[in-house]
Write a protein that binds this ligand. Sequence first.
Ligand code: KIV
Ligand code: NA
Length: 270
Amino acid sequence: KTKRLTTRDIRARKGSDPVVVLTAYTTPMARLLDPHCDILLVGDSLGMVLYGMESTLGVSLDMMINHGRAVMRGSSRSMVVVDMPFASYQESRELAFRNAARIMTETGCAAVKMEGGHEMADTIHFLTSRGVPVMAHIGLMPQAVNTAGGFRAHGRTEDEAAAIRVDARAVADAGAFSVVVEGTIESVARALTAEIDIPTIGIGASAACDGQVLVTEDLVGLFNDFTPKFVKRYADLSPQISQAAADYAADVKSRAFPGPEHCFGVPKQK
Ligand code: KIV
Ligand code: NA
């Protein structure tokens, strides 16, 4: 009796209605986003955005499961996809299945996401043929920051462009129901979107993709450590929160807060 969107619904959007995806890590944020999204992605970006880590490499499976459960509680309509964190799937397809199964059974989410192209195809096929829907993630892959030597747009050279298209084909053929394409130049994103029959979800990969994803805290100005070129700011909430804290601190110091209306056992003033 679930009213949530399914992998079938998402696949059916190929070449038609764009797929709307935002990250969510907590119940209250999921409640706010759920009516407007097709997919809520519990991204391992939470390591940087919520925990102040310098990369996503230190994010654990337990962290992803706890946040996945929170987002499931706060949503009823969107499909919830949970990122597999670094070292939870790269070693073998069996390890990947075991950890993906933990994510699905302990959170109730409908799919997992993992970074990797052709090198993960065998794992993606192993999981999708055993009941675990997989969203793939190609192009710029943050868990590979150390081997890639930093973050930069992909696909500028002919070799790199060809490699990303091979990756897109490989994950689609392996059974992924959709694929995030991150930090990839427009012509390459457009070409691979035309070449595969599953929706491409772009982030820094142009409007040629079949859908878009952004980190919600980037969108609303709650994460300001750095802002990639591909982020559009739709709101700037940080100054409002700072001002609220400053006003509260001033009221506490001047004893303007709490007022009688916030206290128990204080007779109403006439
Ligand atoms: O971790 C994340 O939030 C992601 C998206 C930005 C695609 O992987
Ligand atoms: Na991620």
